[in-house]
Design a protein. Structure first.
Ligand SMILES: CC(C)(COP(=O)(O)OP(=O)(O)OC[C@H]1O[C@@H](n2cnc3c(N)ncnc32)[C@H](O)[C@@H]1OP(=O)(O)O)[C@@H](O)C(=O)NCCC(=O)NCCS
Length: 178
């Protein structure tokens, strides 16, 4: 397995993998919603703010995870993990967990202090994410499933309350994503 830590030359592969995987897993409507999200993230977010990590096997992309900043009136650097996919025919092999661990190591080395995502704690709990109250880490939009708001400190310091409000990059500014 090879990991790549940049987007250059890979944007179409990332977009296709994420859109087709979400369509296969959750249907046309969710696939279209996430496909549009990824297209906008790749087109609109400055390359120094959007981070994409991909896993490749024998020249084929098999996993992708994107991160964008969540900004607060707080000096700590917070990155939002979303979206994340592993190719349907390669799920359940540990690729997803290894890709997240790889990405978090890189982000930690670059100074990210907190990682947060909005997903299934049963999966993300395997890579250190744990439920976090919105009073501790405010979400940028109202959450329809607050139990899916999960985070971790990437430093030795515990995750103490971060003062809101939170601001996400504009492609995430859609209530149906939350
Ligand atoms: C979720 C996803 C990224 C996991 O990647 P993966 O490479 O298949 O996962 P891994 O092999 O590293 O880990 C598998 C473990 O996570 C669990 N897991 C995998 N997908 C899960 C899911 N969607 N929900 C809950 N648990 C899940 C498995 O039960 C397994 O546990 P085990 O090791 O105890 O058997 C991948 O299945 C996927 O792309 N799914 C479709 C898109 C999606 O749902 N993305 C996440 C949005 S929050």
């Amino acid at each position: 397995m090879d990991y790549r830590n940049d987007i250059t030359g890979h944007a179409p592969a990332i977009e296709t993998l994420i859109a087709t995987t979400f369509t296969a897993a959750e249907g046309e409507q969710e696939g279209a919603l996430i496909g549009t999200l990824v297209a906008r993230l790749l087109a609109e977010v400055p390359r120094d703010a959007l981070r994409a990590f991909t896993a490749w096997d024998e020249g084929r992309i098999v996993g992708a995870v994107l991160f964008t900043p969540l900004t607060y009136p707080d000096p700590r650097r917070v990155m939002l993990l979303s979206p994340m996919t592993v190719a349907p025919d390669r799920q359940g092999e540990g690729i997803g967990q290894r890709l997240i661990a790889h990405a978090l190591d890189r982000l930690r080395a670059e100074g990210t202090e907190i990682a947060v995502t909005y997903g299934d704690p049963a999966f993300y709990g395997k890579t250190g994410f744990a439920p976090v109250a919105e009073a501790t880490l405010p979400a940028p939009l109202p959450l329809s499933q607050p139990h899916g708001w999960i985070a971790q400190s990437l430093t030795d310091a515990p995750l103490t309350p971060v003062k809101g409000p939170a601001t996400c990059v504009s492609p995430f500014n859609r209530p149906e994503l939350w």
